[in-house]
Write a protein that binds this ligand. Structure first.
Ligand SMILES: Nc1nc2c([nH]c(=O)n2[C@H]2C[C@H](O)[C@@H](COP(=O)(O)OP(=O)(O)OP(=O)(O)O)O2)c(=O)[nH]1
Ligand SMILES: [Mg+2]
Length: 319
């Protein structure tokens, strides 16, 4: 039996740090849920046309500019939906509930995923994530590492993977505590990289997340952290992306998109293959491998969340 496949255009509207949610009306699929405004494509419509029409009909606004955020498919018991989500970066008019639906504006961190339709997890993660993810590289000692972290903070970076494969557990713990002490006050989120089980406890203690190397993702049947703490996965192909989504990871990094100095022998995916892999993924995906922060826009245009950058941010001068 073939299942219905429903394409839906969805808009993320932000104002003064808050995102617009609207309440689904009684008598509709998922009635009572808070959702991002939007609706089904009409025959022959392109995604952005459907979005503009839906936001005109539901909110009475005119979309001026958009940027694609994430597209993913979700199986409901009665139908599959593909949510094509766009940031509405400019619009005209004041959003109103023209169909009698309630409206509310909330900061992204205060949106409770339990209030949203079950398909919206990846969409909420994408709306909460920035488009640049910094990954730490080599440093000589703790003071040097902290100087680099402070430079990232000053440069506006708000998502950091603390990756120090050569440190023993004691040194790593002390360093992570010092990094979090600087990150917390400015709202920079830090993910602790590695496969060791004790990282889960350390993450909970410090208010950090975890970034699982590919081998650690493959070895677990469920994300090791409770919801609310970022859990990221390193992936290289469609199988790894699918597994990361299945075990409940919030986002993935996919590599190598370009050839890198650290792995010159590995064939690069290139943007076309990156886009094809992201297309099938049910979670936000950062492009990793030879990326610079300025390529975040290119990553977005290829369906990604943005870029994961190692040397380009940690070692900007290459020294
Ligand atoms: N707009 C929107 N729809 C969502 C979200 N999450 C989610 O699963 N959906 C599902 C619910 C519905 O099955 C479908 C959207 O259909 P809809 O009922 O809003 O479509 P529409 O606005 O065109 O309404 P109608 O004219 O068919 O009554 O997508 C979301 O965040 N926003
Ligand atoms: Mg709708």
């Amino acid at each position: 039996m073939s299942r219905d496949l429903v394409h839906v255009a969805v808009g993320v509207l932000r104002r003064a740090g808050e995102i617009l949610l609207t309440r689904r009306l009684a008598g509709t699929h998922l009635a009572g849920c808070w959702e991002f405004p939007g609706g089904k494509f009409e025959p022959g419509e392109m995604p952005e046309q459907a979005l503009a029409r839906e936001l005109r009909e539901e909110l009475g606004i005119e979309v001026v500019t958009t940027q694609s955020l994430i597209r993913h498919r979700h199986p409901y018991p009665t139908r599959d939906v593909v949510l094509h989500t766009y940031e509405v970066t400019a619009w005209q008019g004041e959003p109103l509930g023209l169909q009698g639906q309630a409206l509310r504006w909330l900061p992204a961190e205060r949106i409770d995923p339990a209030d949203l339709p079950p398909a919206d997890g990846p969409l909420l993660s994408a709306a909460r994530l920035p488009d640049v993810y910094a990954i730490s590289g080599d440093f000589s000692d703790q003071a040097d590492c902290l100087r680099r972290v402070e430079r990232l903070i000053a440069g506006g970076v708000r998502l950091l993977c603390l990756r120090c494969p050569d440190l023993d557990a004691g040194t790593y713990r002390a360093l992570a505590a010092a990094v979090l002490a600087r990150a917390r006050p400015v709202g920079m989120q830090v993910l602790l990289h590695g496969a060791a089980d004790w990282l889960t406890e350390l993450a909970a203690e410090l208010g950090a997340g975890r970034h699982l190397p590919a081998r650690a993702v493959a070895a677990v049947g469920q994300r090791p952290l409770p919801p609310g703490a970022w859990c990221a996965a390193s992936c290289h192909d469609a199988t790894e992306l699918a597994h990361a989504a299945r075990i409940g990871c919030d986002f993935a990094v996919l590599s190598p998109v370009a050839v890198t100095a650290s792995h010159p022998d590995r064939p690069a995916l290139g943007w076309a293959r990156f886009a094809a892999l992201v297309e099938g993924a049910a979670l936000p995906v950062f492009a990793l491998g030879g990326m610079q922060p300025q390529q975040a826009r290119a990553a977005r245009e290829h369906g990604g969340q943005g870029v994961a950058v190692m040397r380009g941010l940690w070692d900007p001068a290459g020294g």
